[in-house]
Design a protein around this ligand. Structure first.
Ligand code: GUN
Ligand code: ZN
Length: 651
């Protein structure tokens, strides 16, 4: 069983239950080479905190000690108390061209030695395989996956995803494999990509596979053991890594670091605080394979802990972007991500704690900012005005920084106001929405970021309905405004803010649905900002100070459910669950029948019965894809139950 505790991007902090204890993910399963176990497996558990390791059933099955291994079982044979995953020999077929074992034989052996997770014998799809050949790899892999399911008995099965570099095949293979009775889905065939630092291809392969994979199942990335790739691979939804890198590099006299690899003989001071580096002089470490292997393991597990902490902090995007500076090939990979924003955006929460920090020009292309710009085009309608007055990037919140000049401008000209921010255009009434308000950017921006900001702005402004745009250049701009858009404009900024946020959050038309009637506000005594929105005396919305989004109240939910047809904004639950939600109980994924594909983690949603009767307002923790896949866990936290509607419609 796999349970998810926290998430960031497609990454998750999860717990995988096994017969040999719990495995906290993301994690690394160190490879134990049965012929050459450099670090004793027992030590992997006690000194390095390994909860799972991987070893090779194909090699064990060929060894002279085969009978003893069967007699003892793999755990006792290795002296490892945690979970043991075994691999099947598919990798050996990549190295040697073929293996003299069948899927059925290797399955039987893995069962006989009591592996916690046994791997089917997949067909290793080389990156160079053309579509035709890779399709055959996939077909045979799927056939063997089905066979392995029928043979697995009590053993949890690892199903492999192949398909080379062909996105359609990866997705198809992933969908078919994860629909089978497998416990772990493993993305295979990527070692040649890792060895050649083809990280951009790796990104494409992982994303194509993730599109087909069941989000409720843990995902293993076969052969990924360099700390350099952990942040990116975890960000894309890989939960388990395995690798012999720590041992292979040690044999070769090399040290792993979170930002790359160094020849030990070139290292005068490692800068590492691991027990090995603290206890021994560098010359001794460089001379002893075991010490190098141990340092490498510490480096790998340290990098894993760093990834987990970044997930908890909601900063895995930041970590992946910062780490991309460690190698140009990794930078290419991070730059590839923007091409997959439509998919990645589905998993982005509506907001995170704290501020969004600028890392580099890539930051502007994160899915959360892609979403902001897309919603601006699709959901935002600018108020009528003759022109647009544009302010440059600068101190935030924008509305406070430029309040004084905005007043001056509106006294002489009929213009609307926007900021040309590094993330794209921000109409002034949306400047409080996360992350526009909570952003830290350098004062001096690099050219690539400025050019992108220019393009984002132009794309929006072209369709925004203003006859001209003018950049604020100081007091002289007032004169120009007087001639180009004579007149004055009285703006109720609170009203504008509420309307724009409503459409932006729930979709075009939401402001009309939510705010028709007599609108009044409760203003916070502390901040002077709007806190609650009442319409005709009913509390409809609350504006959250932390992220600038609305919390939906029952009266607001009723209005939205009348104005927006199903499935928009909805989570449809099973009939049986309805009474519980009316009482305020949370929505479990298991009871979700369907949901609006536009719902994102953190979104406000309407919980409805199969007949579309509103029964609660909730905050989603998952997107639709996840709600339908998970059999465990909360899909949405109910904020308020809604009683059945009286037979006569209420005003
Ligand atoms: N180890 C590294 N790559 C692979 C792969 O594609 N399949 C299996 N089974 N093991 C691997
Ligand atoms: Zn060290």
């Amino acid at each position: 069983m796999f349970e998810i505790r926290e998430r960031d991007g497609l990454a998750r902090i999860g717990v995988l239950e096994t017969a040999h204890g719990r495995v906290a993910t993301p994690t690394l399963a160190p490879v134990v080479n049965p012929n050459r176990p450099i670090v004793p497996p027992g030590d992997l558990a006690t000194r390095f905190g390994a909860q799972i390791l991987i070893t090779n059933a194909y090699i064990l099955g060929k060894s002279p000690g085969r009978d003893a291994i069967v007699r003892l079982g793999i755990h006792q044979f290795l002296g490892f108390p945690g979970a043991v995953m075994t691999d099947s020999g598919a990798f050996q077929s990549h190295v040697y061209g073929d293996v003299d074992v069948t899927n059925a034989e290797v399955m039987a052996f893995q069962k006989a030695i009591h592996a916690d997770f046994g791997t089917m014998l997949d067909v290793f799809s080389e990156p160079g395989h053309d579509h035709n050949r890779a399709a055959k790899d996939v077909d045979e892999t799927l056939r063997r996956a089905q066979e392995a399911v029928s043979l697995r008995g009590e053993m949890a099965l690892v199903g492999a995803v192949q398909g080379g570099l062909h996105a359609d095949l990866r997705e198809r293979c992933a969908r078919s494999v994860s629909s089978l009775d497998v416990a772990v889905c493993a993305i295979g065939g990527v070692v040649p990509l890792l060895e050649a630092y083809r990280f951009r291809d790796l990104v494409r392969v992982i994303i194509a596979s993730k599109k087909g994979l069941d989000p409720a199942k843990p995902v293993h990335l076969f052969g990924a053991g360099h700390p350099l790739v952990f942040p990116l691979a975890a960000l894309l939804g890989c939960d388990l890594f395995d690798s012999a890198s720590y041992a292979k590099y040690a044999r070769d006299g090399r040290m792993l670091f979170p930002d790359g690899t160094r020849r030990a003989s070139d290292v005068r001071e490692s800068g590492c605080l691991c027990p090995v580096c603290m206890a021994h002089p560098m010359e001794k470490i460089a001379a002893e394979e075991i010490l190098l292997a141990e340092h490498n393991l510490h480096a790998c597990f340290g990098a894993i802990r760093e990834v987990r902490q970044a997930i908890v902090e909601g900063d895995l995007w930041g970590l992946a972007e910062r780490r991309a500076r460690a190698h140009p090939a990794l930078l290419d990979a991070v730059r590839e991500l923007r091409r997959h924003n439509e998919f990645l955006e589905e998993f982005e929460p509506v907001s995170r704690h704290g501020a969004l920090h600028y890392v580099g020009p890539e930051t502007a292309h994160r899915p959360i900012l892609h979403r902001f710009r897309r919603r601006l085009a699709e959901r935002y309608s600018a108020p009528p005005a003759k022109g647009l007055l544009v302010f440059p990037e600068g101190g935030r919140p924008f509305s406070e920084r430029i309040a004084h000049v905005v007043d001056q401008a509106l006294q002489v000209a009929d213009v609307h106001i926007a900021v040309k921010s590094v993330w794209g255009p921000v109409p002034l009434e949306l400047d409080h929405v996360w992350p526009m308000c909570q952003t830290i950017v350098p004062e001096a921006l690099d050219l690539e970021a400025l050019e992108a900001a220019e393009v984002f702005f132009r794309e929006w402004a072209a369709g925004a309905g203003f006859s001209f745009g003018l950049l604020w250049e100081g007091e002289t701009t007032l004169d120009e405004l007087r001639t180009r858009a004579p007149g004055a404009r009285t703006v109720d900024w609170s009203a504008l803010r509420i309307r724009a946020t409503a459409d932006f959050q729930f979709g075009r038309g939401a402001a009309d649905a939510l705010l028709t009637g007599t609108v009044s506000y409760v203003i916070s005594k502390n901040t002077g900002k709007i806190r609650n929105v009442h319409v005709n005396g009913e509390h409809v919305l609350s504006l959250r100070a932390e992220d600038g989004w609305f919390t939906l109240k029952a009266a607001g939910a009723r209005r939205l459910s009348n104005a927006f047809p199903a499935p928009q904004l909805r989570i449809v639950v099973e009939d049986d669950a309805v009474p519980f939600h009316r009482e305020g109980k949370n929505v479990f994924a298991k009871f979700v029948r369907d949901a609006d594909p536009e719902i994102r983690p953190g979104d406000e949603a309407l919980v409805v019965s199969p007949d579309d009767e509103l029964c609660a307002v909730a905050q989603a923790t998952m997107n639709r894809r996840e709600m339908l896949a998970f059999k465990r866990g909360v899909a949405a936290h109910v904020r308020e139950g809604v009683p059945p509607a009286p037979s006569a419609p209420r005003r």
